[in-house]
Design a protein around this ligand. Sequence first.
Ligand code: XMP
Length: 513
Amino acid sequence: MDHQTVIVLDFGGQYNQLIARRVRECGVYCEVKPSSTPLAELRALDPIGIILTGGPNSVYLDESPKLDPDIFTWGVPILGICYGCQLMAHLLGGRVVPAQADAAREYGKTDTRFDPDCPLFRDVESTGVTWMSHGDYMERAPEGFRITAHSAACPNAAIADEARGFYGVQFHPEVNHTRHGTDMIRRFLCDVCHARRDWVMEDYRRTAVQDLRERIGDGKVLLALSGGVDSSVAAALLAEAVGPQLTCVFVDHGLLRKDEGDQVEQVFSRRAMNFIRVDASDRFLARLARVEEPERKRKIIGEEFIRVFEEEAKRIGAVDFLAQGTIYPDVIESGAGDAAVIKSHHNVGGLPDYVDFKEIVEPLRMLFKDEVRQLGRELGLPEYLVARQPFPGPGLAIRVIGEVTRDKLELLREADAIFREEMARAGEDRRLSQFFAALTNMRSVGVMGDGRTYDYAIALRAVTTDDFMTADWARIPYELLDRVGVRIVNEVKGVNRVLYDITAKPPGTVEFE
Ligand code: XMP
């Protein structure tokens, strides 16, 4: 594709994806590459700039990830962040040492003074706040560099060698806590790398359509459409590229939110492609009967999903391509190590073993979520689809605590729809990352009119988060909670109590099961 590229060289820091997202937000395309990538491979990308990320290691230890110093002779501008800054200093003759006790070790928001003559800091005031997180300390800058920022504990908080286009910051400009952090990154891209800022979704759409046409030729493509953002945008893009050759199978497992299945059908049955909606709710409910254990539910739904999809695929016959809505964070994260399995996540991604196809096509594999949404808008998908919150593959089955029945699902759907409607009316839907209702398996006594009730409790959950790995419960206005509670108890028969979940993640998780 015809655009400039910046390389984000990954040294294992926790904010590395955020760096890449910031670069893209500035209108510059970037790719994240592991720090072990051979220089020749990096060079083949013909980068206009390189960003060395943070990481958990110490540059002076033998086992820490290193960098071929030849990179400094290419004449390409380099920005080192935290570990990346220390590594650059270390390799170019500076001195990095462990901070003595608390002397120069810094974690968190830190008052910082900037040199306004440094190109990176043109948009910032001379004093500001940065986000620091380092146990090592750059004692001496390499020759040719000058010091461009400092804090109370850290005399060398940023360094610059303007002649060679090398910059280093000890803090993290990519996180929101660093005031004007994105402006610093933009300055590096525009003023140092002379980026044209040519990463524009409209162009991406055009070139992606061309590329897909070339790759697919007159082949047949099959896509499992869930109605989530990624598979919907992938479907719309493929429809534009090779519409009549594309078949989308939408397995309706009967565990979707109110009206969701019909909305998906309405949007996609009109597009120039083959759209199949499979109503499999009876099958799923039959298999879920009397099952209470969350992991068991997840497994059953995952298996049944594959079975239904496989049957449809057999009916369609051999295809050339299986399309998937994989996005860039999945690509970067694969190989993320061995974390404990808290929940076996399911989505419609992991199917290929069971279907007769030759190749996989992943048209969104280089896009971040925000970019996928932007592309969806470009492709004319309705806002309720592209702005959709994450919705788990097992659907409402993991929001009905305990056994799932048709009646309970119906009750939950109504309560959830009221919550969503009121949140949207109050404008909270744009502020929050995810919110939903869950049906607890608790029944309790209440009084309605003059009579005793013995009904279910609905739990409301609303969270704010950047990455869904951690989350905080959302402080939504009491008046809004009040309206939602009153409406649910009045309008949803079978519910006499509404609870609000005030558990962060960790120790809770976002979903209840
Ligand atoms: P948890 O409950 O693990 O949720 O804190 C984190 C995020 O992941 C979503 N989630 C899923 N997404 N398949 C998915 O595609 C799943 O099985 C699944 N389980 C949870 C959840 O909605 C939240 O956004």
